[in-house]
Design a binder for this molecule. Structure first.
Ligand code: ZN
Length: 327
């Protein structure tokens, strides 16, 4: 009996130790920041501000672009990534209207912007974390309203000729060039990411003002959509600026490099055995992001552009009536 009692005490002590060890491990790991931010369906009640860097930060006072505007439709609504800094939402509104009026680009199909409070995402991008990045499809908006289902299912079309690094002349149009170059012309836009084949096409054919061509940066992917990145806006001292792009059009040897084997080479060695990737912890983001996460939520109606007071300054003459969810 004495022995049994000792055994029980020993087992209890051992389990207690195991529990402590396990809890300690869980504590060290913590919940991944992407789970915390991915679980927030509404923005924080706060003045709009971006915190941190494009690939490590968060967004306070986010605003949603309405699912439908006169010159845009938001895609992949189930992802709930049509949130951004109000300056970004206003910029997309402006781009969509000006491109429709002047570029022969009937409207924008808007892909991912950010989550309601920004932050790392459960899937997809490394950037898009501070409400200042937006993906615009390289497919013009159709002249009808897409259903919720279509917005989930329709695929964007590549502008490349199959198996090449060049744009397909049967898909690419001068309007593609105009909408990209218009976005690049905006002062608030610092970079536009496109596939090198698109950059090459612009270098070869753009007849307009070439002073903004340097903002258009070649990058992997980005032949189904182009990616607009804004500078840190006023009123966001916690936003970490990206290095300036420097002078020149970028139609040089830096572009030629993309047409060598190097950027596309497959590693010779077999990839190492998959290890569990270390996920970004909340503690690695700016301190303000913990506050953003904890703040009270704003209702979707109140936070949908242009209903948000923060966005009222940008209210255009022909603002659409917001329709938060398609029927
Ligand atoms: Zn993107």
């Amino acid at each position: 009996m004495g022995k049994a009692k000792t055994m029980t005490a020993w087992t209890n002590a051992l389990s207690a130790l195991l529990i402590i060890a396990f809890a300690g491990d869980a504590l060290a790991q913590g919940p991944a920041a992407r789970d915390l931010f991915g679980s927030k369906s509404l923005p924080s009640q706060a003045a709009p501000a971006a915190f941190g860097f494009y690939n490590k930060g968060c967004l306070a006072g986010g605003v949603a672009i309405p699912t439908d505007g006169p010159t845009w439709q938001a895609m992949r609504l189930s992802r709930n990534r049509r949130w951004g800094h109000p300056d970004m939402i206003a910029l997309l509104d402006r781009l969509s209207r000006e491109a429709a009026a002047q570029d022969g680009w009937p409207g924008l199909l808007i892909g991912d912007i950010s989550q309601p409070r920004g932050g790392p995402m459960l899937s997809g991008h490394a950037s898009h974390q501070i409400g200042l990045d937006a993906d615009i499809w390289l497919t013009p908006m159709p002249d009808r309203r897409l259903s919720y289902r279509e917005r989930e299912d329709i695929s964007a079309r590549t502008v490349l000729r199959e198996g090449t690094l060049q744009v397909d002349p049967s898909v690419w149009t001068p309007a593609h060039a105009r909408v990209i170059m218009r976005a690049a012309s905006y002062r608030e836009v610092q970079r536009i990411f496109v596939h090198p084949g698109i950059k090459q096409k612009l270098c070869d054919s753009w007849q307009g003002d070439r002073s903004h061509l340097g903002k258009v940066r070649p990058y992997w992917g980005h032949h189904y959509h182009f990616h607009i990145r804004m500078r840190c806006p006023d009123g966001s001292p916690g936003c970490t600026p990206q290095a300036p792009i420097g002078r020149g059009t970028g139609c040089d040897e830096s572009l030629a490099w993309w047409f060598t084997d190097e950027p596309w080479a497959q590693p010779d060695d077999p990839p190492p055995a998959p290890t569990k990737p270390r996920l970004t912890q909340l503690s690695e983001l700016p301190n303000a992001c913990a506050i953003v996460l904890d703040s009270d939520a704003v209702s979707e109606e109140a936070a949908t552009y242009p209903a948000s007071s923060a966005a009222n300054a940008y209210q255009a003459v022909d603002v659409p009536v917001p329709t938060p969810r398609p029927r």
